[in-house]
Every structure is written in C-alpha cells, then in structure tokens.
Design a protein around this ligand. Structure first.
Ligand code: UDP
Length: 312
C-alpha cells in the first residue's frame, strides 16, 4: 500500500486519479484549493478511511505528516477561459506550486509526477507532435500564462531530478474528456455537450477547421499510472491520436444528443493552435500503452453524465 498525494485532486483529472489509486488499495491525500475543482468530484470518496481531503493552495508551503511514496502534481486551471480569469494563479501554481511539491518530494523521498501539457508545443510547426519537438509558444499571449508555467514546471522538475536526485516523471497531456468535466467549463467538448443538451446554439470558434485529438479519461489515467511506475524521466506524451476538426466534433455531438441545436461561429481566441495530435510512439514502446476507448463510446458515456447533472 502506497501513500499518495494528489494536488488538484478535486479537479476533473485529479478526481479520476484519486479513484484509481484508491481502487488499487492505496492511501490517497487529495489537496485542492477548489478554485476550479469541486468537492462534488470526490464526494463519493469522503467516507473512505483511505482517503483524506485537505483544502490548501499549493502555492503556499505544504505540510504533510508521515511518509509519502508518490506526489502527483495536477493542480492548475486548465481551461483557456480559466487562464484568462486566473492568469496570476495559473502562473503561480505552475511555478511556486511545482517548487513546493518538488520540495516536498525531496523531503519525503517520494516519486514525483508532473502533469504537463500539449500546450508546451504551442501552435505547433511539426505535426503530429513528438516529445523531441521544442514547441512554438507566444510567451506574452493569453495562453502564455499556462504554457510558460508548464514549461517552467518541466524545467524545475528536471532540475530537481538532476541536482537533488528526486525520482521524477513528466507527462504531456493532450485534450482529454469524460464524466465530471464542469458543465460550463469553456473547453470544446463540455461546451458542445451542454449547449446541445439544452438545444442552445453550439459555439464553434473561427471556421472550426482547427483540429484537436481527443482522449477518454480512463485511457489517460491508465497511461499516467503506467508512466508513474516506469523508469522514464524525460517527458512522455499521453493522448489519443484520434484527430478531428472542431466543426466535425460539434456536428457529431449534436447528432449523438439528438439535439435541435444549430452551429454558430464565434471569434477564434488569439493563439488558438491550428492543429494538435500526439505522436504516441514513445508511450506505446515504453509503457506498452495505447488508448482503447473509441470516440463514440467515450462521448456517449460523457453525454450520459452531463444529462444526469443537467437533469435532462
Ligand atoms: N472551441 C470552440 N468552441 C467552444 C470551445 C472551444 O470552437 O465553445 C475550440 C477552441 O477555439 C479550440 C478547440 O475548440 O480551437 C479546443 O478548445 P479547448 O478549449 O477545448 O482546448 P484547447 O485545446 O484549445 O486548450
């Protein structure tokens, strides 16, 4: 039985990770300041003796009594509308929060996993994106607060590995979706599902020809779990290469929900990446991992979860 700290544990990915580590028989300490996470995501775990929630902002000094085996640093706003509203918090959790959690990993001799992002590649000039690509990021654009915080976090993680011998892992997470995403989250899939279920206009930004590649949350969690237990220190992409345009994604969600919604076009946010697809060769070879859940199946499960929460 391992003792695991998950920062951002009340968020979308964090709460699915809490579930996985509890299911594997571990003790989980979930830490979150709840600025974008919610206790609704972990309500089902609160009575479990192996689970503990600590309401804390990891940009401040972190105190945990006893040993820790693993620290998974998942705290951060992750939707573009959140970075716009919370730019300083986004920069602080990626920088100060990463420094504090790495310091804790060093003190506890714990293995550290950093949740990094495909945003480290920015608006990519190479397609699909392998881990060896250094990216094309605008540091002063509105996404810069997230992209640069995560790039700094990767550099800090490698520094703690190289200079303090902390056991570290870095995952670059590509667009992921599934149950528990906020109903009004700002990202494409939750926006489209909520709008379609309410028969409201579905908002496609720009001409909708920009692409993303979408991964169901259970596949992502399996990849993260394998990476944590592997020996790989350099970053590893985890995502699903299943790429499509945002226009096609909107159409598909309208069909799957039997919605009367129409597609409307709104202004494309600045620095919106035109394409994105993970090259997952490394994860396949190293972790013997690849996504298993196809988009239709994943979207149907997600739509059911939204339907329940919206009471449609
Ligand atoms: N998008 C959209 N309509 C929405 C929300 C997002 O067309 O209501 C587009 C957005 O401009 C981007 C893509 O969908 O091109 C994915 O956006 P998301 O916020 O999900 O994540 P990103 O990959 O940009 O971080």
């Amino acid at each position: 039985m391992a003792r695991v700290l998950i920062t951002g544990g009340a968020g979308f990915l964090g709460s699915h990770l809490c579930d996985r580590f509890i299911a594997e028989g571990n003790e989980v300490i979930c830490m979150d300041n709840l600025i974008t996470g919610s206790t609704d995501n972990i309500a089902h775990l609160l009575g479990n003796p192996n689970f503990k929630f600590i309401h804390h902002d990891v940009t401040n000094y972190i105190y945990i009594s006893g040993d820790l085996d693993y620290i998974l640093h998942f705290a951060s706003p992750a939707s573009p509308i959140d970075y716009l509203k919370l730019p300083i918090q986004t920069l602080k959790v990626g920088s100060l929060g990463t420094h504090n959690t790495l310091g804790l990993a060093k003190a506890k001799n714990a293995r550290f996993l950093l949740a990094s992002t495909s945003e480290t590649y920015g608006d990519p000039a190479i397609h699909p994106q392998p881990e060896s690509y250094w990216g094309n990021v605008n540091p002063v654009g509105f996404r810069g607060v997230y992209d640069e915080a995560k790039r700094f976090a990767e550099a800090m993680t490698m520094a703690y590995h190289r200079y303090h011998n902390v056991e570290t892992r870095i995952v670059r997470i590509f667009n992921t979706y599934g149950p528990r995403m906020r109903l009004v989250d700002g990202r494409a899939i939750p926006n489209f599902i909520t709008q379609a279920l309410r028969n409201e206009p579905v908002t496609v930004y720009g001409n909708g020809q920009q692409t993303r590649s979408v991964c169901y949350v259970d596949d992502l969690v399996e990849g993260l779990y394998r990476l944590l237990l592997s020996n790989e220190v350099e970053p590893v992409n985890i995502g699903n290469p299943d790429e499509l345009t945002m226009y096609d994604l909107a159409k598909e969600i309208i069909e799957l929900t039997n919605s009367k919604s129409e597609i409307i076009h709104e202004e494309l946010p600045s620095d919106d990446p035109k394409v994105r697809q993970p090259d997952i060769t490394k994860a396949k070879n190293l972790l013997n991992w690849e996504p298993k859940i196809n988009r239709l199946e994943g979207l149907k499960t997600t739509i059911e979860d939204f339907r329940k929460r919206l009471q449609y």
